[in-house]
Design a protein around this ligand. Structure first.
Ligand code: AP5
Length: 219
């Protein structure tokens, strides 16, 4: 499996990637996660990315492409990958095509998670992450029992991502409209796009993705 998960912030890319990893045994490659790891380690790259991320803007293409090139060259990516949050604009999409052509491993599909603005906003403002185990929750949509589960014998320590504050969410959604949305037409023209309704519980969305992957593009 070599796919891209495309969708606005909060559309469920990370959540669905985790289910796909479990079902298909290929790694999730999330540029957002890679950048957050660099920030947590305090590397020069992480510090460079911080200002753009905190402002809800895209990190520069050269930084992101360097990270992706390195990640795709690791042995676990030979059996496939789920790209989550990459590419984010046409420059990144074209660079990815070139990288994959050089590796003779072209993309098989691009899955667009479709969700209305109101629901995106609610999912983003409600997202919480356990700072110990990194599990993702939602104060509005996670089943109540899930929030009460323990992490290493203690309650989860839930925090909000800095860029999930209301004032940054608006900016991220604007950036998606202006820079990432054009990829929908790009991948439709390439015959790779599969559109999935993401307005359902996570297991139903997962089934929708599986069905879409079995259906030829445009079908
Ligand atoms: P990134 O981390 O990629 O953020 P994003 O694309 O904005 O996506 P999110 O992580 O916000 O949402 P998601 O779609 O994964 O949703 P999730 O599954 O968590 O990027 C962060 C920043 O890094 C960017 O702003 C940019 O600065 C930089 N960056 C990253 N990649 C870059 C690139 N390629 N180029 C340049 N810069 C880059 O779900 C959201 C919430 O909803 C969760 O609480 C979850 O529990 C809940 N939920 C999920 N599915 C469901 C469901 N079906 N029903 C109910 N609730 C659900």
């Amino acid at each position: 499996m070599r796919i891209v998960l495309l969708g606005a912030p909060g559309s469920g890319k990370g959540t669905q990637s985790a289910l796909l990893v479990k079902a298909y045994g290929v790694p999730q490659i999330s540029t957002g996660d890679l950048l957050r790891e660099e920030r947590a380690k305090g590397t020069e790259l992480g510090l460079r990315a911080k200002a753009a991320m905190d402002a809800g803007k895209l990190v520069d293409d050269a930084t992101v492409l360097g990270m992706i090139r390195e990640r795709l060259s690791r042995p676990d990516a030979v059996k496939g990958f789920i790209l989550d949050g990459f590419p984010r604009n046409l420059v990144q999409a074209e660079a990815l095509e070139k990288m994959l052509a050089d590796m003779r491993t072209p993309l098989e599909a691009v899955v667009l998670l479709n969700l209305d603005l109101k629901t995106l906003f609610k999912r983003l403002t409600g997202r919480r992450i356990c700072e110990n185990c990194n599990q993702v929750f939602n104060i509005y949509t996670s089943p109540p029992g899930m929030l009460a589960e323990k992490c290493g014998g203690k309650p989860h320590r839930l925090i909000q991502r800095d860029d999930d504050k209301e004032e940054v969410i608006g900016k991220r959604l604007d950036v998606y409209e202006a820079q990432t949305k054009p990829l929908i037409d790009h991948y439709r023209a390439a015959g790779l796009l599969r559109v999935v309704d993401a307005d359902a519980d996570m297991n139903t969305v997962f089934k929708n993705i599986q069905k879409a992957l079995e259906t030829p593009a445009g079908g």
